[in-house]
Design a protein around this ligand. Structure first.
Ligand code: ADP
Length: 167
């Protein structure tokens, strides 16, 4: 059997308990799961790509079959380069659907051999988004239910050093 490689792409700015929930579910589907961090400078991320990779590294080191990498090319080209055949995405609320549907169909047009697989998040994380967490953390709120203690610490440090930074 060829190795089943799955690619879980995203911005992960920063990685949340919702992302980790999808990773834990994805582990069961693939021999190797690559968490692929889009550098996405256009989105003006709070954490640069190396910081995001470092944070993710701390969270996934306990999983033997998961690793993380960054990419800055077209996702489909990255997936082909990795000899993967499946893109993994998470679904939370209905509002995710339209965007995800459009992206999956576009990627299918670009590369018909590559499938996108969606996994439904656990209901406890259905409303968790990196964007919301950054906003709460920036205003000094408690984000411990949404991110791990290590990520919470990174957020606190980031906002302490850059109090005026935009989220
Ligand atoms: P992107 O900029 O590509 O949307 P994100 O880091 O926001 O990157 O999300 C990456 C993937 O993880 C997307 O498929 C998104 O729907 C999914 N995701 C984000 N938050 C959650 C969550 N709380 N539960 C499940 N999936 C999630």
């Amino acid at each position: 059997m060829p190795e089943r490689i799955g690619i879980y792409p995203g911005t992960f700015d920063p990685i949340t308990r919702g992302h980790l929930d999808i990773i834990e579910r994805g582990i069961r589907l693939f021999d190797t799961l690559i968490v692929a961090v889009a550098s996405n400078p256009g989105k003006a991320p709070l954490f640069d790509v190396n910081e995001r990779l470092e944070i993710i590294g701390g969270e996934i080191k306990k999983y033997k079959s998961v690793r993380s990498e960054s990419f800055d090319c077209l996702l489909i080209d990255y997936v082909k380069k990795k000899k993967a055949s499946t893109i993994l995405r998470g679904l939370r609320v209905m509002s995710d659907f339209e965007y995800e549907f459009q992206m999956a169909l576009t990627n299918r047009k670009l590369a018909p051999g590559i499938e996108t697989v969606f996994m439904m998040t656990s209901e406890s994380y259905a409303t968790v988004s990196s964007r919301l967490i950054k906003e709460i953390a920036r205003l000094g709120g408690d984000v411990s239910g949404f991110v791990t203690p290590a990520v919470e610490k990174r957020l606190r440090e980031k906002f302490r050093k850059n109090p005026g930074v935009a989220t």
